[in-house]
Design a protein around this ligand. Structure first.
Ligand SMILES: NC(=O)c1ccc[n+]([C@@H]2O[C@H](COP(=O)([O-])OP(=O)(O)OC[C@H]3O[C@@H](n4cnc5c(N)ncnc54)[C@H](OP(=O)(O)O)[C@@H]3O)[C@@H](O)[C@H]2O)c1
Length: 336
């Protein structure tokens, strides 16, 4: 079968197509999935450059994919051939407390991932996907969508009428807008681009701020909330934006610490206790939350924001496009 492999830490030079990789067959408790679509996440660049941390070489990259079950091994009870499934980011976190070794069990890291024609997953490492979603749409769910859902809905208990600040228009942030609107919250969103701000409004964002034109976007959020601040901040910027997020959140509000797209910076932690802010780290999420999210997506007909779909042969171009930051929402690579 054809599969991509990350062979070393040289970046995209180390990403090679292997046309003769043996096709894996399911053993006891495992299913075989004919992948139809995969999606990229920021961490997949870290894998190619050796800075993600939990990586083996060579590794089949990418955690996020969707396809059809083609065969099941002995003892499989939840799936049958023909079922439409997605991979789960962590293969061993079904629910409850996060296992200590969870980072060693993510697809496209220490475990072979999904940028391949066929993959074999243990039963807890796959999940049925909502009927109304295409394979491309379903392939966007395992990491970015579940991270946003975990933060706002499972950890945050988001309620109708509450306010949410979302940074940028990448994959996690676009899902955050959609889940916030699903729960009738009010969304403040920042972006570097007015064109993307218009797209974010079409997705549901209520108030948009260009963080290049308005570097003090935190003060703008305070102004627009009558000085109160927002109830929740989805923090994907990291050390360079965290202080502004702490300024923009209301006293007693919550900040979900997720990513670091904005680079290095300095943080004065004093405001955390002065405003009694809850800082909650989010690490994707377990399979039972994925099931909750899928139920909500099916009930509301939510459709993920896909910027572009690249053919399998153009996987490197998809990576380059993601690295450019030009995208809005998710980037898909089909397995055609
Ligand atoms: N903790 C977890 O479980 C988890 C899960 C998924 C992702 N992450 C992390 O979360 C971050 C976002 O992931 P993603 O997949 O959504 O990435 P992505 O799709 O590549 O998002 C990139 C976007 O970030 C925005 N951005 C860049 N600099 C910014 C700044 N200074 N202020 C505000 N926004 C800025 C840009 O939006 P505009 O172009 O609109 O300006 C850019 O398009 C990454 O650091 C990723 O590693 C963590």
């Amino acid at each position: 079968m054809r599969a991509y492999e990350v062979t070393n830490t040289s970046g995209l030079d180390g990403l090679v197509l292997n046309a003769d990789r043996p096709t894996p067959e399911p053993g006891p408790g495992q299913i075989a999935v004919r992948m139809r679509a995969t999606s990229l996440n920021a961490r997949d660049h870290g894998v190619t450059r050796g800075i993600y941390g939990y990586t083996k070489f060579p590794v089949i990259p990418l955690s996020d994919g969707a396809g059809e079950v083609t065969a099941v091994g002995p003892g499989v009870t939840q799936f049958k051939p023909g079922d439409r499934v997605a991979s789960t980011f962590f293969q061993t976190w079904s629910g409850g407390r996060m296992p200590a070794d969870v980072s060693r069990n993510s697809l496209g890291g220490m475990l072979d991932g999904v940028l391949a024609e066929q993959v074999v997953l243990p039963q807890p490492g796959a999940i049925h996907v909502p009927d109304h979603l295409s394979f491309a749409e379903a392939a966007t769910l395992p990491c970015a969508a579940l991270t946003a859902w975990h933060a706002l809905i499972e950890a945050g208990g988001l309620k109708a009428g509450e306010t949410v600040a979302v940074l940028g228009t990448g994959g996690v942030s676009c899902f955050a807008v959609q889940f916030a609107k699903m729960h009738q919250a009010k969304v403040f969103l920042t972006s570097s681009s007015d064109v993307k701000l218009a797209r974010a409004q079409a997705l549901g964002a209520d108030h948009t701020i260009n963080y290049r034109a308005t570097p003090d976007w935190d003060q703008e959020i305070l102004k627009q909330t009558g000085g109160a601040g927002v109830d929740h901040v989805l923090e994907v910027g990291g050390p360079n934006t965290l202080e502004k997020s702490m300024a923009a959140v209301r006293p007693g509000g919550s900040i979900y610490v997720i990513g670091a797209v904005a680079g290095a910076g300095q943080i004065n932690p004093r405001i955390i206790n002065r405003k009694a802010i809850t800082l909650k780290g989010i690490h994707v999420g377990p399979r039972d939350m994925f099931a909750n999210m899928n139920r909500a997506i099916a009930a509301t007909g939510l459709r993920p924001a896909i910027d572009q779909t690249f053919p399998f042969a153009d996987a490197k171009r998809a990576y380059e496009y993601q690295a450019s930051g030009a995208h809005f929402g998710k980037i898909v690579i089909s397995v055609d």
